[in-house]
Design a protein around this ligand. Structure first.
Ligand code: AMP
Ligand code: GLY
Length: 424
């Protein structure tokens, strides 16, 4: 089979690695890919939002199966564009990807189907949002731009002044662009966060092993929100008991709700959950693998990824049981100092060859490129160093050891990825 993967991050590198293990796979293309993905796939310089060029490329090259890794093309309708040309493609259609693409939609869905989440109101008008904050809100409170904002459109406001400023940023100054045409104001929840990824075929859902991300840029969860600075899997806080509750109250109800709404969801649903004292509640939905959740979950999955993805497209996921290694994985992101704001790019990376031939260490490329025959930094998140081990502690110790193998001039990382493990 010929496979096309759309995306260019560590997540797509992890997907490519899993797909490359299938003996039916003859060739992988990745658009646009990066310098690490290039060791597994032929990288094609077409952007993820160029649906016409991508689908034409797939037709021309005789691609048998396309996998969309990223949120923007999914929300923009890339799956519909491929299907219109008769191509087989993994991911939700536009009318289902709205689960991630509009927070107002997802909140209304949860309310309608009694899926536990934070209390909220949606607003189209900044004056109404301000009036609500001045008269009926309690603090802290959470403001969310409705649309996609690179994971940065969420503001946690401690008091009225901060919230007023937040409404201005999101709805009036349009700091997150048109994502801020609407806004959700929601109740602040406390508890442990967990990421649960799943495969869905429209009716059946299969849950992957849990993970936890670290969204803030600095140690101790300080600093700005990022795409994610590191992950571990499984989460020791996500017990069998909690999983049973989630299956009954959140996972299957979400899949059923989408089907009932005439928006059957096929692809990955990523449940961002908060384990509150009143039980697990949904923080957000994503319509694709997490990044860097994929980098700790996929290396632990025993199933063949391509086979599971094909079952999602074909509606035969009920015939598949997922299995994960009885081990653990930790991923530490090596970022460019200054991320998520300003940082230098184009700096040479050395030491990557240390990962070659190892089965329990992985170096997933996120922001890398070739320059004059060398691999250089090309983004805020540069590499994701993953290690597996028999326990979370061992995996963490190995992952941090491996972060020393790689060098670039402005290398930055958090030193407390997986610290929560010690409290388990
Ligand atoms: P999201 O993009 O919706 O996952 O939000 C980003 C981060 O903001 C989450 O990972 C949480 O840490 C935090 N967050 C979002 N919504 C809430 C909420 N209702 N209560 C507390 N924290 C929240
Ligand atoms: N790591 C969080 C995300 O992919 O949205």
């Amino acid at each position: 089979m010929k496979i096309l993967i759309v995306g260019s991050g560590g997540r797509e590198h992890a997907i490519a690695l899993s797909i490359s293990k299938n003996p039916r796979v003859e060739k992988i293309y990745c658009a646009p890919g990066n310098a690490g993905i290039a060791s597994l796939a032929e990288c094609v310089p077409i952007g993820p939002m160029e649906f016409d060029r991508l689908s034409s490329f797939a037709l021309e090259m005789g691609i048998d199966f396309t996998i969309i890794g990223m949120d923007d093309p999914l929300v923009g309708g890339i799956v519909d564009a491929f299907e219109e040309k008769g191509l087989r493609v993994f991911g939700p259609r536009k009318n289902a990807a709205i689960l991630e693409g509009s927070k107002a939609f997802s909140k209304d869905l949860m309310k309608k189907y009694n899926i536990p989440t934070a209390g909220y109101e949606n607003f189209d008008d900044p004056e109404e949002a301000l009036a609500y904050l001045r008269t009926r809100a309690s603090f802290p409170i959470v403001l969310k731009a409705d649309g996609l904002a690179l994971g940065k459109g969420v503001l946690i406001c401690q008091n009225l002044a901060e919230a007023e400023e937040g409404v201005r940023e999101i709805m009036q100054d349009k700091k997150f662009g048109t994502a801020g045409n609407r806004m959700v104001i929601e109740e602040f929840m406390t508890g442990r966060e967990v990421s649960v990824l799943s495969f869905v075929d429209g009716k059946t859902i299969r849950i992957m092993s849990s993970a936890q991300d670290h969204k803030r840029a600095q140690d101790g969860d300080q600093g700005l929100n990022t795409g994610g600075m590191g992950t571990f899997s499984p989460s020791p806080f996500y017990t069998k008991e909690i999983d049973d509750i989630c299956m009954k109250t959140i996972f299957q109800p979400t899949v059923d709700a989408m089907a009932k709404e005439g928006r059957p969801f096929k692809g990955i649903i990523f449940f961002g959950l908060m384990l509150t004292k009143d039980g697990p509640k949904v923080l957000e939905y994503n319509a694709r693998f997490g990044d860097p959740e994929a980098q700790v979950v996929l290396p632990r999955m025993k199933n063949d990824l391509l086979t599971v993805m094909e079952a999602c497209v074909d509606g035969t996921l009920d015939t598949i049981d997922l299995a994960f290694e009885d081990n653990a994985a930790v991923c530490v992101i090596l970022a460019s100092d200054g991320y998520p704001l300003k940082y230098e790019k184009g700096l040479p990376i050395t030491g990557l060859e240390a990962f070659t031939g190892k089965t329990d260490y992985f170096c997933f490329h996120a922001g890398t490129a070739f320059k004059d025959g060398r691999i250089v930094t090309n983004g805020g998140r540069v590499l994701g160093v993953t290690a597996t081990g028999s326990t979370l502690k061992e995996a963490r110790q190995k992952a941090y050891e491996a972060t020393n193998w790689v060098t670039f001039a402005n290398k930055y990382m958090r030193h407390d990825i997986g610290k929560a493990i010690d409290e388990a």
